[in-house]
Design a protein around this ligand. Sequence first.
Ligand code: F0G
Length: 358
Amino acid sequence: SRQWRGVLREYSDRLNISDATPIVTLGEGGTPLIPAPALSARTGADVHVKFEGMNPTGSFKDRGMTMAISKGVEHGAKAVICASTGNTSASAAAYATHAGIQAVVLVPEGKIAMGKLSQAIAHNAQLLQVQGNFDDCLDIARDLATNYPVHLVNSVNPDRIEGQKTAAFEVVEVLGDAPDIHIVPVGNAGNYTAYHRGYTEDLKAGNSTKLPRMFGFQAAGSAPIVLGHAVKDPDTIATAIRIGNPASWELALNARDDSDGWFGAIDDAKILEAHRILSAEVGIFVEPASAISVAGLLERAEAGAIPAGARVVLTVTGHGLKDPQWALRTADGSDVQPTVVPVDTPAIADLLGLRANA
Ligand code: F0G
């Protein structure tokens, strides 16, 4: 038995790295692909969940960050910068500090989950809360990287998408082929693009027999790709994907057309309903943005767009512990109040409706 070595070492022959590349890794990748009978029963499809919350910093960003930081260090970077809705900043901070370089992260003020903010600070990033949204942060990060000696590690850096394509390789290895449909949440559309690239490379290499249809979902209040135009004031409780002008928009449209794919929009109420279904019926706890994959599956199934028995993989992108507050709200919006009991076994048994063994 051996330990998983991180995506650069596991897939060294399928990534643009050489002996000169210092490998900065926290053991990312190798995440579980979990069969989801409850979702299969609801949809008539054969549904599997790729749980990317199991990465070292709790999101899929680690796959691209190991690549971006390793290549950055190879080329002499002493500091990296990113704009982020939270997960990229957590990941950049962890990988940069592991490599012994500085991370600078720009986040929209008041619009990132507490867990992610804590991670960036814990990992010693210089964190700046910008009085604007993610799109403003990305504009500034690009400006700084162009004009100052800081290396950009947003997904406009092609190394990020390269690293992220490895998730598709893992799916093909586990299933023995590509799925029929692959569903992801969409913010900048980098991950959508990365899966399509990974599956395309697997098909060309003869590791699979088909290209999955790529389905991507945006929050209804921030759905520029669905609307066909940038959204100036994007809004959603799924703060990870609160993005009005996706960086990989063109690449994603190409991937959609090439895969006979689909982009849809889901409102916040449906995102939270799917969040409850995934945690209560499947046993996987994710942040709201990730639950949109489940909501998208249910919406497409209801629309009759998921053939019976189709093999469907949903990527859930970030761990629920990053933004746990949503589990403590009921469907009607009221707070969940955990029941308080005295130190009294019979009273607790009584409350639980238990009768003593005969
Ligand atoms: N899910 C989560 C949990 C995310 O954090 C993100 C993006 C996405 C989905 C969308 O992925 O941008 O490749 O389409 N988060 C970025 C960040 C923007 O800064 O952490 P995408």
